[in-house]
Design a protein around this ligand. Sequence first.
Ligand SMILES: Nc1ncnc2c1ncn2[C@@H]1O[C@H](COP(=O)(O)OP(=O)(O)O)[C@@H](O)[C@H]1O
Ligand SMILES: CC(C)(COP(=O)(O)O)[C@@H](O)C(=O)NCCC(=O)O
Ligand SMILES: [K+]
Length: 240
Amino acid sequence: MQLDVGNSSAKWRVVQGDTLLGRGSYREEDPVSREELLACCEQPDYIWVSSVASAEQDSALSRLLQERWNVEPWFARSEAETLGLRNSYTEPERMGVDRWLAMLAARERSRGRLCVVDAGSALTIDLVSAAGEHEGGYIIPGPDLMERALLLDTDRVRFSEASDYRLDPGCSTAQAVRHGIALAQVGAVRQALAEAGSELHLVLTGGGAAWLYDQLGRCGEFIPDLVLDGLQLQGELRAA
Ligand SMILES: Nc1ncnc2c1ncn2[C@@H]1O[C@H](COP(=O)(O)OP(=O)(O)O)[C@@H](O)[C@H]1O
Ligand SMILES: CC(C)(COP(=O)(O)O)[C@@H](O)C(=O)NCCC(=O)O
Ligand SMILES: [K+]
């Protein structure tokens, strides 16, 4: 059993070899999602976790899983080097493990230079050289965080009507905010690609990735489970 715990929700899947036995998403405050998680299988052989949540949330999740199955979860960490992928951080473990695992999985799929984008609560953009060096990356607030920042620290950016995320200029507060956020998200990826220069392969994942992929003209690849795929790689390596 594998879990990808982000700042919005935890995505889980149960696999046996290459067969997917089940999947779902879990949120602490949603009892139905908890029941689904706890009913996902009889007895997992292992529980592997990628988490960017707080230590308190990690302990609570760990307790929940251990009480149910009596299996101690293994929490993956960002490393200095794994399977030829080399971390650029002086303190590698400080890099969000979701970013690390997404890069690891992307590299297994494609050996050239990479741009790995994870559109979750935050939008992360990471560059990996063909040789496996993490060249660096960007952490940008995702759509909800951007909107929250505007509402928190302005007096007159207020609206009640719904508006889609589109790239044309907006003609109301609601549109100007939502279209502005859309522009910032898509623009960030485009500009990162422009900054990066030479040929590279773009890989997208995360809750907002399907939308982003469409906005980017479907260039590159959209891989929904990239973080879990990376978790599987690092987990298998450790288990070997
Ligand atoms: N149907 C959707 N269309 C567009 N964006 C979505 C959709 N569902 C979720 N998102 C975006 O994805 C984010 C959650 O993605 P996820 O990868 O689960 O985040 P995290 O890893 O932080 O838990 C939300 O904040 C939202 O911006
Ligand atoms: C950047 C993130 C908040 C992204 O989290 P997510 O959007 O997947 O919930 C996460 O990778 C994180 O907490 N990183 C730690 C800081 C770093 O990567 O340098
Ligand atoms: K992210």
